[in-house]
Design a protein around this ligand. Structure first.
Ligand code: FE2
Length: 364
């Protein structure tokens, strides 16, 4: 598009700031099948942090821990616990992306900078989004190294192997009551995204609580950012629970795509990953709601995989329990069959499943 002022080539990486990256890396390798590909830390000349790069097909996670008390990462951890710091996006020109974003009202976090090593040059710049979360723009076209200058390649340590996760599908943000539309407008104005679907609090609610959600998408549909906000209810919304324990808005879940969700979930369960439960009553009405699909409904029920459809096709989804002790970040596994957006039935099922967990935690 000639008027696409913010072309996005894809997801570059998701960086988590965590308390113990060495141990977290082991978890993502073993429970999610990631392969360790690069490392930066004191041994590579980085003095204040240690970072592990983990990959599975087109998914790249970076896990970073601080080494000292005087560090923005240490302050971030005190406030938020383990969580997503950076949702990094690959762009054709990081300087231009930054210039466009800041001109459209985004707050700059890191000015455009080029770093270089024997593998070439990489250009990055970063802007702020909700809470303390940032988007780094990365232009790695002229870079052939393992990740970025400062990182060294590490050979596989025998773990990983993959569970069939192929790429990032979407990253969801939780924001405060009354702030959803602010961030919807932010992604419209700064990124040129459009709102592709909207769920109201009349749709996503239980007897006790509710939420509202709008899904923002770039023109290609590759990058999707759903934004949730709590809605007024009799009791505390799960989005408020997240915000209370995260110490503000932040990334709620990361959806990872697969072409065989049954195999991926089976493998993840064997590796010890825990998923949210779905009541059998969900499967009583699922065939009537969704219609004919290639999969066997009984197998989906056995694995507690959710099924829904939009105008273009159907989708299969399952959600993990939270990945750390604070009731904050979790993961989704998604298999799309034509569907490009989301369905109300699964959104409601997820909401109800989290509310059951919330009640177990004594936070409802
Ligand atoms: Fe999702």
């Amino acid at each position: 598009m000639a008027d696409d002022f913010m072309p996005l080539l894809g997801w570059d990486s998701i960086e988590f700031w965590v308390g113990n990256a060495k141990q977290a890396a082991y978890f993502y390798e073993h429970a999610l099948g990631f392969t360790r590909t690069a490392y930066a830390g004191p041994e590579t000349g980085v003095r204040d942090r240690a970072s592990y790069v983990l990959e599975q097909n087109d998914i790249r996670f970076v896990l970073t821990s601080p080494l000292r008390e005087e560090s923005e990462i240490t302050r971030h951890l005190g406030r938020h616990g383990d969580g997503v710091r950076d949702i990094a996006l690959t762009v054709p020109d990081a300087t231009e992306a930054y210039r466009q974003a800041v001109q459209r009202g985004a707050r700059g976090v890191s000015e455009p900078a080029v770093s270089e090593d024997d593998f070439g040059t990489i250009e990055t710049a970063a802007i702020a989004t909700y809470g303390d979360t940032i988007h780094t723009f990365v232009d790695r076209e002229d870079y052939a190294g393992p990740f970025k200058p400062g990182y060294v390649s590490v050979s596989s340590n025998g773990s990983g192997g993959g569970v069939g996760l192929t790429n990032i599908d979407h990253v969801v943000g939780n924001v405060e009551l009354g702030r959803m539309n602010f961030w919807v407008e932010f992604y419209e104005r700064v990124f040129g995204m459009t709102n592709i679907i909207h769920f109201g609090d009349d749709q996503i609610q239980t007897e006790y609580s509710a939420l509202m959600s709008k899904v923002m998408s770039d023109g290609s549909g590759k990058i999707k950012f759903p934004i949730n906000e709590p809605a007024e209810g009799k009791r505390k919304s799960q989005i408020e629970e997240y915000i209370e324990f995260y110490g503000g808005p932040g990334a709620q879940h990361i959806a990872l795509a697969t072409t065989d969700i049954v195999a991926a979930v089976t493998e993840m369960k064997e590796r010890g990953f825990q998923f949210l439960d779905t009541p059998d009553s969900y499967y009583d009405e699922a065939p009537g709601r969704v219609g004919e699909i290639a999969e066997d409904y009984e197998i989906l029920q056995e694995h507690k995989i959710l099924v829904d459809r939009d105008e273009d096709g159907y989708l299969l989804q399952i959600f993990t329990k939270t990945a750390q002790d604070r009731p904050t970040v979790f993961f989704e596994v998604i298999e799309r069959h034509g569907a490009t957006t989301f369905g109300e039935g699964n959104f409601k099922a997820l909401f109800e499943a989290i509310e059951r967990e919330q009640a177990l935690r004594g936070n409802l």
